[in-house]
Design a protein around this ligand. Sequence first.
Ligand SMILES: [Mn+2]
Length: 444
Amino acid sequence: MFMAEEIILGIPKTFHDKKVLITLQGKRLEIKANVKINYNEFSGFRAALNNGVAVLLESIDITKELISSELKSLAGRIETISPLFNEQEINDFYPHIKNFSLNLAEKIMSRYSIVVRYNNDADGIASALALENLPGVFIQHNAPIYNDRHANNDILTFGRSSENKLLLLLDLGSNEDSLDGIMLGKQNRFETFIIDHHPLFEAVEDYATVLNPWKELKKSDLTSGYLACEVGRLLGILNDSEAKTLAQISFAGDKSKYLSRNTETERFYIISEIFDYICHQQDNKYSLDSYKNLISEESNLRTLYSEVIERKEKMRSILLNTVKTRNIQEITVKIIPLKRFENNEEFTSMSKVCTTLLEEEIAKDPEVALLVIGLSDKRMIFRASPKLIEQGFSINDLIGSLKETELIDVGGGHAAAGTISFRKGLREQLLQSVYKHLERFKKA
Ligand SMILES: [Mn+2]
């Protein structure tokens, strides 16, 4: 009989003191489930036994009955948990988070192989950190969509086995342009779960289990990082104090109304800016662990933050010299030629360039109705000021109307931010369509 300290299959504690059948080097063994089992990159489960020797477990036999009884007790425990933050909107939405968590728990208990793809920004990273104790492979996803190229990649890398596979998309996947990738995954036995807060393309729900408050709230303030923190808490793999930190980093990163900047919260804004900065570096060597370590390393934070500030300064001076301004009705449009930045190795994130200009302009005049457009031969990045959004403007609507021109390949975003890509040569035509949309918006 093997015995050890800890466990378990991504849902720590739930199987504690249960007897579990395993096959170990060809032998069937019954063990107490208090064995620390770590999932190892799809090669199998590794159990650290109490003598300290790691053994590869070939299979673990967990019966349907065991799972359903565990799910029942998890459901009971979840019933008693209330949200991290006591807000009406959150309380109303909370049952959706509980449901999603139970669905996810069932897959984990059923030993699905898990691939987690998290968006490359502070919110995406906070989401991944909230769920890092799930037994799976975590991959930073450097695109706002999950398309068929990504799906093919996952099918090639992880799809050979006949096991059940789960793809968990964090802070991405809800939009129309992700539908094909998700469908392709489904045809290849990947079940997709999504935690996201970008505008939801409802057909995605036919192919994936989606946690996204957009449908109910039509707003993105409940960030993916916050939602993932609640899921982590409900599953018992994240404690409240870590959850609070990560949720607030995600609020800061996505400028959610649930956090405002003051001396007490400054720290979260600094961390989110650093995450946004380092995750875009071309030779990004940051693993989830190093992101996590940064949160508690005061001295590193300061060094990195001064780098961020320095880089922003440089960006500012280039911006001031290159931006073109025009006015359409009462809307100010500022156009940034991205070429100037794309050739500069320091500025790997063009979206950051656009956000920086937006923030600068809002700092100068909080009441400015401003649309920032980052422009290159193949893409446009949009950022809208709060005042413009207050007037009813939405970048998502703008992109919708650009899609009607059939000039763009992919595009998506929320009210305040979005990106489109298109073939070379269509830039001027698209820019005219943007102006037309702005004129129509003003008249409406
Ligand atoms: Mn987000």
